[in-house]
Design a protein around this ligand. Structure first.
Ligand code: HEC
Length: 137
């Protein structure tokens, strides 16, 4: 049983090489897949669908009159969701800065996340700095 028989000789070697190569390619691909979307994955499922719907209503009621839907892409210009949350909760609505309940502002962030392609999950987005800083649009 210990005697290796290789009637097809070099063909076998080529197959082994090809198998080794595709294993390497597979490993490299796995490493890339694991590394690249890690940041995005960390920010997924941090809000609920219900919360985003509440945020949409809050946005339409309190913000859209001045901003319209162009405001949605502006979210992506911020370094992270904490910066965005900071700006809107301290300086908006323009004529009555900071007047809304904190819950409305955080719901608006959830709405911005949904509109910017983040997936919703089973827990609501909290007004928590450490959580919001993970979200880097
Ligand atoms: C009365 C009109 C008005 C309302 C209502 C209003 N905004 Fe604004 N908003 C402005 C104006 C004017 C600016 C520009 C301020 C500046 O350039 O300094 C602005 C700026 C912003 C910015 C910064 C834009 C940027 O380019 O980075 C954000 C974010 C924002 N508003 C979000 C909101 C949200 C969220 C609401 C609702 C809670 C809201 N705004 C309600 C008038 C309004």
């Amino acid at each position: 049983m210990s005697k290796l028989r290789r009637p097809e000789g070099s063909a076998r070697t080529r197959r082994d090489t090809a198998a080794g190569l595709s294993a390497t390619v597979f490993t490299v691909a796995l490493v890339l897949v694991a590394a690249l979307p890690a940041k995005l994955a960390a920010a997924e499922q941090l809000f609920t669908e219900t919360q985003a719907a509440r945020g949409e209503r809050a946005f339409l009621t309190n913000c859209a009159g001045c901003h319209g839907y162009s405001m949605i892409s502006i979210f992506a210009r911020y370094r992270n969701a904490f910066d965005y949350f900071g700006v809107i909760s301290t300086s908006m609505p323009w004529e009555d800065a900071g007047a809304l309940p904190i819950q409305d502002y955080i719901d608006i962030v959830a709405y911005m996340m949904r509109e910017n392609g983040y997936a919703s999950g089973g827990a609501e987005l909290p007004p928590d700095r450490a959580v919001l800083e993970q979200i880097q649009p």
